[in-house]
Design a protein around this ligand. Structure first.
Ligand SMILES: C[S@@+](CC[C@H](N)C(=O)[O-])C[C@H]1O[C@@H](n2cnc3c(N)ncnc32)[C@H](O)[C@@H]1O
Length: 224
């Protein structure tokens, strides 16, 4: 079976068995700051000294980050350590000022990465998470369907928004950058669910501001 047939078959199966909600959010990332610009701006402003990136791939971001000390973790390529995030956190002893999560883009892995990062974050540090704002249902299907893949990382942001011990926002730039501080939640999301994986794209769309707490990149400083 060739690629095109495979893709059409996957899409057909999704139309039959998957969630049927095809409204789109009208985010447009063109002309807005990139993840690298946001990360570097925070490092410079806060005078952060050490950086951890989970998921480095071709080092497109990792190689450009200018900071005294940096560690990059990826089981495939890029960064400085060849292992999964779970393996890294299991043996890690270092604390970080800033952690960028961009590894496996599933809810289950991302919430684990968030919880582990909170354990190794310095008191005034910050965790950033890439790909939190999918525009359409196709971008967030797990496993990846086609095109830009945000995965269902957004569900980990919703979950983190319910934490008492973390304060969570999403910067609306470069496919959505989750921002998590280790401090008391200033606007805790109260939800009567405990299986966040079961959330639907329609839930994300219909409760967008409440779930994701999106902020404009120019207002980023206000939440620090
Ligand atoms: C989207 S890419 C990272 C892009 C990079 N951070 C950037 O800004 O250009 C995702 C990377 O996560 C890596 N990855 C997949 N599963 C992982 C895991 N369990 N732990 C750490 N990295 C993982 C993949 O090998 C891939 O290189």
């Amino acid at each position: 079976m060739n690629q095109k047939t495979k893709f059409l078959l996957k899409r057909l199966l999704y139309y039959i068995y998957g969630e049927k909600f095809f409204k789109r959010l009208d985010y447009n990332w063109r002309g807005l700051p990139s993840r690298t610009e946001i990360i570097q701006k925070i490092i410079d402003k806060k005078k952060y000294q050490n950086y951890l990136e989970i998921g480095c791939d071709n080092d497109e971001n990792f190689s450009k980050i200018n900071i005294a000390s940096k560690i990059g973790v990826d089981p495939e390529k890029g960064g400085t350590l060849r292992m999964t995030s779970d393996e890294f956190f299991k043996s890690n002893k270092t604390f970080f000022d800033i952690i960028f999560l961009d590894g496996l883009h599933t809810y289950s892995q991302t919430i684990k990465d968030i919880d582990n990062s909170l354990k190794f974050l310095n008191e005034h540090g910050v965790i950033l998470i890439h790909d939190c704002l999918p525009k359409k249902i196709w971008n967030q299907i797990v496993p990846r369907m086609y095109g830009h893949w945000n995965g269902d990382v957004w569900k980990a942001i919703v979950h983190s928004r319910t934490y008492e011990h973390a304060d969570t926002y999403t910067c609306a730039t470069d496919h959505g950058i989750g921002i998590i501080f280790k401090r008391k939640n200033k606007d805790r999301l109260v939800l009567s669910i405990n299986n966040f994986k079961e959330l639907k794209f329609a839930d994300y769309f219909n409760n967008h501001k409440k779930f994701m707490k999106p902020i404009h990149h120019e207002d980023l400083e206000k939440v620090f």
